[in-house]
Design a protein around this ligand. Structure first.
Ligand code: MTE
Ligand code: MO
Length: 160
């Protein structure tokens, strides 16, 4: 009996999303559309260096990572700066590339750097590809994680 040939794959029009998890009161699954509609958009032009392909120039738009994470209710004492300074974020891409930031890098009382979760790159919507981390203060591109699938937030617990 001859096998039917597989159905043609449906075109990849599914909206990409990422899981926002960790020590948060309200874990969430967010699409690029959620990021666009739920928070104020910021625009930035960046240049970063790539070890293999040299300087890259891009424009990005999207909400501040800080505001999106605050929306999930991270389990820190909001008025306690020392407590907030113990939190970390881990950002993972679809290919497994991942990186960490400290909460203090993006906290307005500490580094206050405008790290974005991009909804557009070079005027292209990222809805099907997924959001990209934008770290304007970084000299190199390694933390510009594309196709984000997961953002984890939590406190560093001192061993022992
Ligand atoms: N998901 C994912 N994002 C990634 C990487 C990767 O390997 N996987 N490489 C990073 C590195 S090293 C650089 S320099 C930039 C490259 O950005 P470009 O595609 O604009 O050159 O993407 C970053 N984001
Ligand atoms: Mo790179």
């Amino acid at each position: 009996m001859s096998r039917l040939s597989p159905l043609p794959r449906t075109p990849r029009v599914r909206a990409a999303s990422f899981a926002l998890r960790g020590d948060v009161d309200r874990p969430a699954t967010l699409t690029v559309r959620d990021l666009r509609e739920g928070w104020q958009q910021h625009r930035t032009e960046v240049v970063f260096d790539c070890a293999t392909s040299g300087p890259q120039r891009h424009s990005f738009e999207g909400p501040l990572l800080r505001e999106v994470v605050l929306g999930a209710g991270p389990a820190f004492a909001p008025q306690r700066r020392k407590n907030r300074s113990r939190f970390l974020l881990a950002v993972t891409g679809r290919d497994g590339h991942h990186t960490v930031l400290s909460w203090a890098e993006i906290d307005a009382d500490f580094g206050n750097t405008p790290v974005l979760l991009a909804t557009r790159m070079d005027n292209q919507e990222l809805d099907t590809v997924g959001s990209q981390l934008v770290v304007p203060a970084d000299r190199c591109g390694a933390r510009y994680i594309s196709a984000i699938t997961r953002v984890w937030v939590g406190a560093w617990a001192t061993p022992g």
